[in-house]
Design a protein around this ligand. Structure first.
Ligand SMILES: Cc1cc2nc3c(=O)[nH]c(=O)nc-3n(C[C@H](O)[C@H](O)[C@H](O)COP(=O)(O)O)c2cc1C
Length: 333
């Protein structure tokens, strides 16, 4: 049982420390542990070049135009049975580095797209994608903040699990935590999060064995946190369409209404909203990922043809001529 902890905080700061607290608890349960201080690694921004989604749509496999440590990092992730991210809270949400890792995980590692690519490659070459890319995995997130600005962070974090379709076990945050090493209740909770991860990772590893490759048709929840306002994905963040009761869960993408049940807001998805009110369209279910993957395959194919269109080329040339970008002062010769 391998547990990988990743901190995106400062060197030996609170996030590193709390990650180590959880890893120690995991080790005490018999897990092999590894720790990555993400700032020691070299991660470039995702530039949006879409080489990854095109690579998958064209059946070329997993490609990325950035030549940095991300591919090695992804190897570490897929080799682990359980992954823990501990991330400082920045502007009520995740850090820029975490967002970068989330973007880099993005379309190029999305189960829905991987499935399409796998079958295409299998048909063309007789060899599909690596089985490990489809394995389920236990993943937990902790945000650590110096004040009480925090309410976007859980949703920002859980987004990273959406592309690879990994199972979120715990997802929480600690506010007013500059002195967290002195706060025993938070240290104890961190240990629990470490132990929960080991337990869930063991259960998922067992469930993986019985699953048909490459479609990890496992919609079981391994959640060990408190129930969220969205009973499906446990997110507490919703987009409210102004002037209506119509909402979208910002994490799983299900649409419906927020209703007061037993004195508390509860989200109810509305299947009459086609397709996003229908449970099978949730972003974290294999069926939802497959539908999303199919949509992207179709759309990318259409876009590749659009680039050859004369009217498209004329419009692009026209607007490009409107103004030149100002060069970066630090890159000027
Ligand atoms: C750019 C920036 C934005 C921050 N925004 C928040 C915030 O919105 N909410 C909060 O609770 N703490 C905020 N903080 C405090 C950090 O969360 C805190 O410094 C961090 O958890 C310390 O972690 P470390 O010791 O591991 O580096 C912010 C800090 C920085 C540098």
């Amino acid at each position: 049982m391998k547990i990988l902890g990743i901190s995106t905080g400062t060197k030996n700061g609170n996030n590193d420390t709390m990650c180590r607290v959880a890893l120690e608890a995991a080790k005490e349960m018999g897990a092999e542990i590894e720790f990555i201080h993400a700032f020691d690694w070299n991660f470039d921004f995702c530039t949006g070049c879409v080489a990854c989604s095109r690579g998958l749509v064209m059946g070329k496999g997993m490609v990325c135009s950035r030549k940095d440590d991300y591919a090695a990092f992804y190897e570490k992730l897929i080799e682990a049975d359980g992954v823990l991210f501990v991330d400082p809270i920045f502007e009520s949400g995740a850090t820029g580095l975490f967002h970068t890792l989330c973007d880099r995980m993005g379309p190029g590692h999305d189960t829905g797209l991987l499935m399409g690519a796998h079958f295409q490659m299998l048909e063309k070459t007789g060899k599909g994608l690596d089985k490990r890319y489809f394995n389920q995995k236990a993943i937990s997130f902790v945000g650590i903040g110096g004040s009480d600005w925090a309410v976007r962070v859980e949703t920002d974090h859980a987004m990273l699990a959406m592309s690879p379709d990994w199972k979120v076990i715990n997802n929480e945050f600690f506010s007013w935590s500059k002195d967290i090493i002195m706060q025993d209740d938070k240290i104890e909770r961190m240990k629990e999060i470490g132990r929960n991860l080991v337990e869930a990772a063991a259960e998922i590893a067992k469930d993986n064995e019985g699953m048909e490759f490459p479609i990890a048709e496992n919609n079981k929840s391994y959640w060990k946190g408190v129930e969220g306002a969205c009973p499906h994905c446990h997110s507490n963040n919703f987009y409210i369409f102004p002037g209506t009761t119509h909402v979208v869960c910002e994490l799983c993408g299900l649409e419906g209404t927020l209703e007061i049940v037993d004195g508390a807001f509860k989200f109810k998805n509305d299947p009459s909203i086609v397709p996003n009110g229908q449970l099978e369209h949730a972003h974290d279910l294999v069926s939802g990922k497959k539908a999303h993957g199919d949509d992207i395959f179709e759309n990318e194919g259409r876009l590749m043809n659009l680039f050859k269109d004369e009217e498209f080329k004329r419009r692009k040339a026209y607007y490009t001529a409107v103004v030149e970008p100002t060069p970066s002062p630090s890159k000027e010769a």
